[in-house]
Structure formats: structure tokens, C-alpha cells
Design a protein around this ligand. Structure first.
Ligand code: X2X
Length: 338
């Protein structure tokens, strides 16, 4: 129970605690009453599609599988929920592969700076060999994972201080990064001062000035209302990030094959639809965020990549991931990175 108490306090402190999302009229007496957690509010496309998916799973399983959504870190910060997932306290969890690397080191390979040029390349890679490689690593660490990764997006840097135009602007910059060695290393290579902070505390960290900036895809700037605490948005596209739908392996294996199939089908369909939603949302987001007060700029990414190369970022991570993973990444993006 201590975990729940702590999470509750954390949620309150972050001002993010909302009423748990409970579907009306559903008696919670299903044969498999499972939980799915994530770090996004119900307005994010992830939870819109997840709501649809769990309703379809309930229906198609004839009421046998009832999965309740816990959005907005209601069960705790990402790194805590990852522990709960392993222990079986939560059965499903949507998590960034880059944060997952705190448990599965090579799972973060998609997050290498400036590796992916566009979404076509991302989906070919993540639905192809690179994604299969990552899922193999995840399964090897004792978790189950659905085939289709959900989109988070291409990450952009926001600041309260001024636009990021060249790598020089990142020197000494106090930036929040998610908890992961890859993120810390990326911004250390730019000479920034990265602070590892779970998403549950990002808004408060920006509001109180613990950090001057953060980086996230536009969809999250929107659903987390970051214009309230940030001014500048620099379109660096420095990393593509997603969310794997992870499962506790015992809970997953407890499902008979026909139910596994139903759950996997709807979660994977949810991912594919959510990707399309974010794509559509992206088209209008810059204008919408400008209207909220964000000031945009589009720096030349090649300057940033050159700075990372000079700092040894690519050479170091090639060594850390090893040749097999690195070659799969290079094959996926169609060029040498180190
Ligand atoms: O923590 C973040 O910044 C977020 C929401 O993008 C992730 O889940 C990695």
C-alpha cells in the first residue's frame, strides 16, 4: 500500500491527480480485471484510442477481460510504474522505449539523436526489424510486449528563456529530460545541464523554475498545456519516441490464447489508429500552439548532429549498444551514424 500512498501524494504535489477513469455501468467482476497505466491525460490520442480498445476488448471477450485505464501517472511516476509492472501490481503499461532502457538497455536504440528523418522511416523500422529486435530484448527481460508501438512523436525543445537556434544555445541550458541514460548523455554532449525528472513533475518543475526548458513532441505540448509555463519552441526534431504497450508476463500468460488474441488485436489496432490521429493533429499544432503564445523557430538540425558527433556521442553509443543493434539502426535509417 505504501506505493499507492506515495503515488497519490506525488500526483497531488504535481497537481495532476484527477478522478480515476471509470467507465459507468460496468460491474468490476470480470474473470480478468486488469489495469493499464500511462503518463498521458485522457485528452491525448493515446487514451482516446485506448478507451476504444478496452471497450472493444470487453465486448469481444464477452465481458471476460475488463481493463481499466489509469491515465496521467495516477499509479505513480513512470519509473515507479515500471517496477509495479514487473511485480504484477499493474498488468499493462505504455512506456517510452527510452525510459524502458533503465531496465532493458538496448530498448532505447530508436532514441539515438537525429537518427530518423521522417515518419515513413520510423514506421518501417519499428514495424520491421528494428522493432522486432527491441521487442526481443524486452521479452528477454521478462516482460511481454504488443507488436505495434504507439506514437509519441518527434521531440522539440521548449524554453522560457529564448529560442534554441544553434548548439551554443544549449550550453549551460537547464533542461528537464525523462529518466534515461540516453537523454542525459544527449544533452550532456551539448554542454547542457540535464535534470532527470519524471513526466508527472514536469509542469511543476517548469512553473517553479527548477529547469528552464524541456523537450517533447508537439502533441504533448498541447495536451499538457506547456504554453502556460514555456515561451519558445525550437523545432529540433532531435529524437523520435514512442510508447510500447508492455504487459506483466504472468498476467499475460494467464490469458487463454483466444483472449490473448483479442487483447493484442485491439491494442495493436489502437496503436495504428493513434499514429494516424497524431499525424492529423500535427498538421495544425504549430498554428494552435502559436495562438496559445508559443514562439516557434526551426534551427538547422545538421549543426546539432555535427556537435554530437564531435562530442563522441555516436561512437560511445555504438559501443554501448553493440554492433548488432547499431547495424540494425543504420540499416533502418539508411545511413552510417558512427
Ligand atoms: O516523459 C516524457 O517527456 C514523455 C511523456 O514524452 C515520455 O513518456 C517519454
Amino acid at each position: 500500500m505504501t506505493i499507492h500512498r506515495r503515488s497519490l501524494l506525488l500526483g497531488t504535489a504535481a497537481g495532476l491527480l484527477a478522478a480515476p477513469f471509470i467507465r459507468p455501468g460496468v460491474a468490476r467482476a470480470a474473470e480478468f480485471a486488469y489495469k493499464v497505466a500511462n503518463n498521458q491525460p485522457m485528452t491525448h490520442p493515446s487514451n482516446i484510442r485506448l478507451t476504444e480498445a478496452v471497450a472493444r476488448i470487453l465486448e469481444e471477450s464477452g465481458g471476460r477481460v475488463d481493463i481499466q485505464i489509469f491515465p496521467s501517472n495516477q499509479l505513480g511516476a513512470d519509473t515507479d510504474v515500471l517496477s509495479q509492472l514487473r511485480a504484477g501490481g499493474v498488468e499493462f503499461f505504455q512506456l517510452s522505449p527510452v525510459i524502458l532502457s533503465t531496465l532493458v538497455p538496448k530498448a532505447s536504440i530508436n532514441g539515438v539523436g537525429f537518427a530518423f528523418p521522417d515518419y515513413d522511416t520510423v514506421w518501417k523500422a519499428m514495424d520491421g526489424e528494428l522493432g522486432a529486435y527491441a521487442r526481443g530484448q524486452i521479452e528477454g527481460a521478462g516482460l511481454a510486449v504488443m507488436d505495434k508501438i504507439w506514437d509519441n512523436g518527434f521531440r522539440q525543445i521548449t524554453s522560457s528563456r529564448g529560442p534554441i537556434e544553434t548548439p551554443k544555445d544549449l550550453e549551460g541550458f537547464k533542461i528537464r529530460v525523462p529518466v534515461s541514460p540516453l537523454w542525459t548523455s544527449l544533452f550532456t554532449a551539448f554542454g547542457s545541464a540535464p535534470a532527470s525528472i519524471n513526466f508527472a513533475e514536469v509542469y511543476t518543475a517548469l512553473q517553479t523554475g527548477i529547469v528552464d526548458g524541456q523537450e517533447n513532441p508537439l502533441a504533448i505540448m498541447k495536451t499538457a498545456k506547456l504554453w502556460e509555463v514555456q515561451k519558445y519552441c525550437s523545432m529540433t526534431n532531435h529524437m523520435w519516441d514512442g510508447f510500447w504497450m508492455l504487459a506483466n508476463r504472468r498476467a499475460w500468460n494467464a490469458l487463454p490464447d483466444d483472449l490473448k488474441e483479442i487483447v493484442a488485436k485491439h491494442f495493436n489496432e489502437g496503436a495504428v489508429n493513434q499514429r494516424a490521429d497524431i499525424m492529423e493533429m500535427n498538421a495544425g499544432l504549430k498554428t494552435e500552439l502559436e495562438a496559445e503564445g508559443f514562439v516557434f523557430n526551426a534551427p538547422d538540425p545538421s549543426l546539432f548532429e555535427a556537435k554530437l558527433r564531435e562530442a563522441g556521442f555516436y561512437a560511445d553509443w555504438k559501443k554501448t549498444y553493440g554492433d548488432e543493434a547499431w547495424e540494425k539502426l543504420e540499416a533502418a535509417v539508411g545511413r552510417k551514424l558512427a
